[in-house]
Design a protein around this ligand. Structure first.
Ligand SMILES: NC(=O)c1ccc[n+]([C@@H]2O[C@H](COP(=O)([O-])OP(=O)(O)OC[C@H]3O[C@@H](n4cnc5c(N)ncnc54)[C@H](OP(=O)(O)O)[C@@H]3O)[C@@H](O)[C@H]2O)c1
Length: 190
């Protein structure tokens, strides 16, 4: 039985001009140095508490490869001990027991495998997988965190949607580091 409470959220951090990485995959520009006096502080304890509410992660293979590179450089693994599903048709190295690879029909995977088992399902990129998730009508929510930087070119947040997707703004928050976090609900067609 699908879990009626399950929620699929897409979350990424992007430049103001809508890019999630440079064309060659570099994300060093994520380290910005702005200060916005009126912003909220990102308190590590509440971030931790929030992350505990996420039940599983889904990502594309190129995002996974970036995460592996980060880990090999000593920056850690951002997905804790939560089940992490990597979409790929290739044979990639598996860095921990919580990682599982999947290929095939994404809608069937989300609706028949993930939704019955997990309440809070987070798609964490990249642009190709986010767009596929939206195109297939699988996402309930989009969280878009905008950093105070323009990078001119790169991998866009949503690649080739092919149609308009209407959204409803649920929340906006500005932080001391100049980041603006927007949370939207995907509006279903009546
Ligand atoms: N700023 C941020 O918050 C953020 C977040 C995440 C990622 N990123 C960056 O974004 C870049 C990656 O984004 P991207 O758009 O290039 O790639 P991506 O979405 O991470 O991965 C795309 C790949 O996933 C596999 N895939 C996608 N859908 C599939 C499906 N239904 N079934 C099986 N496999 C599927 C395919 O690869 P195969 O050839 O393996 O089948 C596809 O080429 C990286 O540079 C990463 O660092 C940034």
């Amino acid at each position: 039985m699908p879990n009626p409470d399950s929620r699929v959220t897409i979350h990424m951090v992007a430049s103001l001009d809508g890019f999630i990485a440079r064309r060659d995959g570099r994300v060093e520009w994520l380290q910005t140095s702005d200060e916005f006096a009126g912003g909220e502080t990102l308190d590590p304890a509440s971030v931790e508490a929030f992350l505990r509410t996420i039940d599983c992660y889904v990502m594309g293979s190129r995002t996974y490869e970036t995460a592996l590179r980060f880990e090999s450089k000593g920056f850690g693994w951002s997905y804790g001990d939560k089940p992490t599903f990597v979409l790929t048709t290739r044979n990639l190295p598996r860095n921990r027991d919580t990682v599982e690879f999947h290929a095939g029909d994404l809608a069937q995977f989300v609706n028949e495998r993930l939704r019955p088992a997990y309440r809070s399902i987070w798609f964490v990129g990249g642009g190709a997988v986010s767009a596929e998730c939206l195109r297939l009508g699988l996402a309930d929510e989009v969280r878009y965190s905008i950093l105070p930087v323009l990078i001119g070119d790169g991998i866009p947040f949503f690649q080739g949607l092919g149609r308009d997707i209407a959204l409803h703004l649920l929340e906006d928050k500005a932080y001391k580091n100049g980041m603006v976090a927007l949370r939207y609900e995907v509006r279903r067609k009546p």
